[in-house]
Design a protein around this ligand. Structure first.
Ligand code: IPD
Ligand code: CA
Ligand code: CA
Length: 260
């Protein structure tokens, strides 16, 4: 399907409007009772709001582009191949933060075509910061502000986001990454971590991620000249989890050498 840039600009505006309205919905629902359950264990939560928000997002996106598949975290919406247009949805990224802290969580949406990123959205709900754009538009914005590429700082001159459990276990030499940086941060939301790298507040972020954790961040990061790949050197795959690195070009090269 050939979508023109003008069509994508219209779609981008529509999705931004929808996500701003969706933010109000989340802020209201946060004040009310919502159910909290476990998925794989006590450190992996899902709430009734994750599920409800996913339904709302799917109901909005489904009619926007036809035909498009849907890959979404909380329901049976899965895909067996990534050909054609695919919407990728993480209705609340950082559910533990959402439940325990009421901040540092994000709503994430992305549009891919044949496995390639077209558009990405990371909405930091409590900061009211909506990152949007991607290769389909050739630009990325933070709310209405056009973003420029973050400075290409080396690992030695920046903070780095790392998965806490992987740092403790020294998986992939994570402790060397941490000691060669100015310090590590563990934020508990892949979306917020990607945002920090995109906004130049961190030189990188590495964690084991599922496609809905990295889809939006990948679209936004690549259009700004950041590097995103799996640390095993294989390209990102919308059908598979993996250890994913997003970083400035300089930090990317250093971290890839360390994790080998
Ligand atoms: C999780 C967060 C967390 C990351 C996990 C994700 P969820 O997403 O992004 O930072 O370390 O791998 O599953 O489950 O809260 O949407
Ligand atoms: Ca997530
Ligand atoms: Ca989620």
């Amino acid at each position: 399907m050939d979508i023109t840039k003008t069509q994508l600009e219209q779609i981008d505006q529509q999705i931004c409007d929808f996500l701003r309205e969706d933010r109000q919905f989340i802020l209201e629902q946060m004040q009310k009772h919502y159910a909290v359950g476990q998925k794989t264990g006590r450190r992996d939560l899902v709430t009734s709001l994750d599920k409800e928000n996913q339904q709302r997002i799917i109901a909005y996106l489904e009619p926007l582009l036809q035909p498009a598949k849907i890959l979404a975290e909380e329901t049976e919406h899965q895909i067996t191949d990534s050909t054609g247009l695919v919407w990728v949805i993480d209705p609340i990224d950082g559910t533990m933060n959402f439940v325990k802290q009421g901040e540092d969580f994000a709503v994430m949406v992305a549009l891919y075509e044949d496995g390639h990123p077209i558009l990405g959205y990371i909405y930091d709900v409590m900061r009211d910061r909506l990152l949007h754009g991607g290769p389909g538009l050739g630009v990325a914005y933070c709310n209405e502000m056009k973003l420029t590429s973050p400075e290409n700082l080396p690992l030695a001159e920046g903070l780095v986001g790392l998965s806490g459990p992987m740092l403790i276990a020294n998986k992939f030499n994570f402790q060397t990454i941490e000691s060669q940086s100015l310090g590590s941060r563990v934020l508990g939301s892949a979306g917020i971590e990607f945002s920090r790298v995109i906004l130049g507040k961190q030189v990188g972020y590495v964690s084991t991620l599922k496609p809905w954790d990295f889809a939006a961040g990948n679209a936004l990061a690549t259009v700004l000249g950041l590097m995103v790949d799996r640390v095993d050197g294989s390209p990102l795959n919308m059908l598979k989890s993996g250890v994913v690195l997003v970083a400035t070009k300089k930090a990317f090269a250093t971290i890839m050498n360390i994790v080998k």
